[in-house]
Design a protein around this ligand. Structure first.
Ligand SMILES: NC(=O)c1ccc[n+]([C@@H]2O[C@H](COP(=O)([O-])OP(=O)(O)OC[C@H]3O[C@@H](n4cnc5c(N)ncnc54)[C@H](OP(=O)(O)O)[C@@H]3O)[C@@H](O)[C@H]2O)c1
Length: 318
């Protein structure tokens, strides 16, 4: 007698009603396994990478990491001309074979965005990568926030990346595809006091990346989002100084190098969402999704949980 697959034999022991559920569950499991292994390697070699917010902070490390990963051209975008040129000279000295270009531009301005696209088009590079990293942050109680501060955070952190991505789409599509990496934040996955506008902008960026990814999956354009926790930079130091003390041990932190590595890895492996933190955050994020009341319960059970965030935001933006 021909041996029957174990799975088929097992299914015969089930009632007729239970069989479709078993087959359905197995199909879902198979899809989950397939999605985990279907990592398509994307090449950065010889490509042109545009990094917004590259005059200082994380953008500098991200630009450097893409140069090290083999990009032929790296375009650095920011508003401060002097800082941008000095970063550019520093990177040229480190990587003389890479064509670094400074583009002095404000990503919230449509004429500047069009100029960024024209500059990149002129490089003639086939493989295009856009890293939407420029961002601003303003801490403070939401009832004291001004219209201007809310509008500005949404304009720089969410609306500008959407418009800039859209401006690049025709060029990417005409060159057979492209990759967009958005630098969001852990604030795009969680909510904490005194950062409502920033948190909303980063949640929006995560949602934008997911939608873009699904819309262009079959057209060669990939969208990835990187969500770093607090990065040990001057920004964190200033928040610590403002909060008057050190960060409590449960405040999530990471390093600039880890963020740069995550951006390159996301682009190379087409990773949909990377959460960058010293310790794995995924279990907490899964709990947060499954139990939306959890943060409130923890805040009540552990007074002081959000003290750092509350102290960081006092007397600002008012
Ligand atoms: N640092 C953290 O702890 C942390 C954690 C999670 C996520 N993030 C995210 O990571 C990204 C980089 O943060 P960072 O810490 O490196 O900040 P940063 O040191 O303040 O640098 C921000 C960069 O964005 C540029 N920028 C701001 N507004 C711009 C505009 N309208 N047009 C063009 N460029 C603009 C700035 O240059 P100019 O002022 O010269 O224009 C600068 O180069 C942000 O999206 C931030 O939300 C940071």
């Amino acid at each position: 007698m021909r041996a029957r697959p174990l799975f088929y034999t097992l299914s015969l022991t089930l009632s007729r009603d239970a069989r479709p559920q078993l087959f359905g569950s197995m199909a879902i499991l198979l899809l989950v396994l397939l999605s985990a292994v279907s990592i398509s390697a994307v090449s950065i070699q010889g490509g042109c990478v545009v990094v917004t917010g590259a005059s200082r902070g994380l953008g500098v490390g991200i630009a450097r990491a893409f140069a090290e990963a083999g990009a032929a051209t790296v375009c650095l975008v920011a508003r401060s001309e002097a800082a941008l040129h000095s970063t550019c000279s520093e990177l040229i000295a480190e990587h003389p074979n890479v064509d670094f270009q400074s583009i002095v531009a404000d990503v919230t301005r449509s004429d500047d965005r069009a100029r960024i696209v024209r500059t990149v088009e002129a490089t003639g590079t086939r493989r295009l990568l856009l890293i939407n990293n420029a961002g601003i942050e303003s801490w403070g109680p939401f009832e004291h926030a001004t219209d201007a501060s809310v509008d500005e955070q949404l304009a720089v952190n969410l609306i500008a990346p959407m418009h800039l991505t859209r401006a690049f789409l025709p060029l990417m599509l005409s060159r057979g595809g492209g990759t967009v990496v958005h630098v969001a934040s852990l604030a795009g996955k969680l909510g904490s006091p005194n950062s409502a506008a920033y948190t909303a902008s980063k949640h929006g960026l995560v949602g934008f990346s997911r939608a873009l990814r699904s819309e262009f999956a079959t057209r060669g354009i990939s969208s990835c989002v990187v969500c770093p926790s607090f990065v040990s930079t001057a920004l964190l130091d200033s928040l610590i100084a403002k909060a008057g003390g050190t960060t409590p041990p449960w405040i999530a932190t990471t390093t600039s190098a880890a963020v740069s590595t995550a951006c390159v890895r996301a682009a190379l492996t087409d990773e949909p969402e990377a959460v960058v933190n010293r310790v794995p955050m995924r279990p907490l994020l899964a709990l947060y999704e499954a139990l939306p009341r959890l943060p409130q319960l923890l805040d009540q059970a552990l007074p002081g949980l959000y003290d750092f965030n509350r102290r960081c935001g006092r007397d600002t933006d008012g």
